[in-house]
Design a protein around this ligand. Structure first.
Ligand code: ARG
Length: 466
């Protein structure tokens, strides 16, 4: 064997790749973060090779000890990653074989093609679980902010125009619902990540009698009933990246939700809305304007959504023209996948921390929510209760709004005579609809922002997230 050649070239190639080629083709600079999962996969593969007697007990034990030593070296920061060894798989295998000669048997019936698919699946499985934990934490922060301000009412908006009053908690719980769907999607995708590709070899499995079930069980590739989950087509297994694309798609939807939340936070923190105050630690100043306090955490969360979408597009484009099966193009999957996971994880975490350090500006919310126009629909409902068809009621209240505008009065300051000049159906009790607390008490359909219903939803989420 040539001494410094990549192990994958030692037999057939007369010359090493040029430096520029090595630099262009390496993945160690970014795939080294798969090292833990690469070693876990190798431990399982070695245990299986022992069972089918490709390795003796002594060899298998030596390999396990050697991999353990390599892991310690990596943790201690002492491992020397070599770019000329291309990727994490080669680096670890070469380091192992240097310590343990039996390491040369470890790659039996295994290719980097099924190995990298395995590592990615193992890595993504863990990543999804931690992301789910972070999302639950963000949900708790939203519920907590709503619950702390359970009596705060704000205008709800459509077209960014004031529409109807809602509890601040109701608005925040809307995001808790979105995040809950994100969790469902991620969990659902997890079951398709959780399938073991090892044993597929480079493309066509192996002539050796591997025990794929054992490997799957050792690595936890089992369903809820404990049934091993194995890929069923070796060609698909080495070239499939659906599980990564699916994660990136779920992450894109999650990022979109975070971005919408960020946008609301940014609006609410402006002087124009002034509904919330974000703690100083979660804002930044301007280098020029001394008075500025900017909601950068929210802005960057909104901004980073772009690259999460971009990563999804990159992966879809990466795969679309690939002939079967593995092609080196697939090495380009990792940075996009890692960046997606890192970006959404950090965004979720920082948004949660920021919300934990955000207070509602109760006075400003009360002023905004006291706009009687927010209850114009309640006035129409009043007429409906008196027997008027809704279309007529809508028209009558429209005329009342126009009258209020003409006379320069708020809606709730019109006299009975003025109301009756529009329609005789209005009675003395008409103006009572503008009592905001009473109006909120009336909206108790499931999912509506009524006082009781919102309390019920807060309690439901507290229980679910505890
Ligand atoms: N570094 C490669 C990747 O990330 C590992 C698989 C390489 N396989 C190969 N046949 N060159 O995709």
């Amino acid at each position: 064997m040539k001494k410094n050649s990549p192990v994958s070239r030692s037999g057939r190639f007369a010359r090493d790749p040029g430096t520029d080629v090595a630099q262009f083709t390496e993945s160690i600079s970014f795939d080294r973060r798969l090292w833990r999962h690469d070693i876990l996969g190798s431990l399982a593969h070695a245990a299986m090779l022992r069972k089918i007697r490709v390795l003796t007990r002594a060899e298998a034990n030596a390999i396990a000890r050697g991999l353990d030593a390599v892991a310690r070296e990596i943790v201690a920061g002492k491992f020397k990653w070599k770019p000329e060894l291309e990727d994490v798989h080669m680096n670890i295998e070469v380091a192992l074989t240097r310590r343990v000669p039996a390491g040369a048997k470890l790659h039996t019936a295994r290719s980097r093609n099924d190995q990298v698919a395995l590592d990615l699946r193992l890595w993504l499985r863990d990543e999804i679980v931690s992301l789910l934990g972070e999302i639950a934490d963000l949900q708790r922060a939203l519920v907590r902010l709503g619950e702390k301000n359970s009596d705060v009412i704000i205008p709800g908006y459509t077209h960014l125009q004031r529409a109807q009053p809602v509890y601040l908690a109701h608005h925040l719980l809307a995001y808790v619902e979105m995040l809950d769907r994100d969790c469902e999607r991620l969990w659902d995708g997890w079951s398709r990540v959780n399938v073991c590709p090892l044993g597929s070899g480079a493309i066509a499995g192996s002539t050796l009698k591997l025990d794929r079930v054992l490997v799957a069980k050792l690595l936890g590739f089992v369903d809820a009933q404990g049934k091993p989950q194995l890929t069923q087509n070796s060609m698909d297994a080495v070239s499939d990246r659906d599980f990564a694309i699916e994660f990136c798609a779920d992450a894109a939807i999650l990022a979109m939700h975070l971005s919408r939340l960020a946008e609301d936070v940014i609006l609410w923190a402006s002087a124009e809305f002034n509904f919330i105050k974000i703690a100083d630690a979660y804002t930044t100043g301007s280098s020029l304007m001394p008075q500025k306090k900017n909601p950068d955490v929210a802005e960057l969360t909104r901004g980073k959504t772009g690259r999460v979408y971009g990563n999804l597009m990159s992966l879809l484009t990466l795969l679309k023209g690939l002939p079967m099966t593995y092609n080196r193009d697939l090495q380009e999957d990792k940075e996009r996948l890692f960046d997606t996971a890192d970006t959404v994880r950090a965004s979720v975490r920082l948004m949660a921390a920021m919300l934990r350090h955000t207070a509602a500006n109760r006075a400003a919310c009360a002023v905004a929510a006291s706009d009687p126009a927010l209850l114009a629909t309640d006035l129409a409902d009043y007429l409906v209760r008196k027997g008027m068809p809704f279309r007529h009621a809508h028209h009558a209240v429209g005329a009342v709004v126009a009258l209020a505008e003409r006379t320069g009065k708020p809606l709730n300051r019109l006299t009975l005579a003025e109301l009756q000049s529009v329609d005789k159906t209005f009675g003395r009790d008409a103006l009572a609809v503008f009592d905001l607390r009473r109006a909120m008490a009336k909206r108790n359909l499931t999912g509506a922002p009524g006082t009781k219903e919102v309390a019920k939803q807060i309690a439901r989420w507290q229980k679910q997230l505890s």
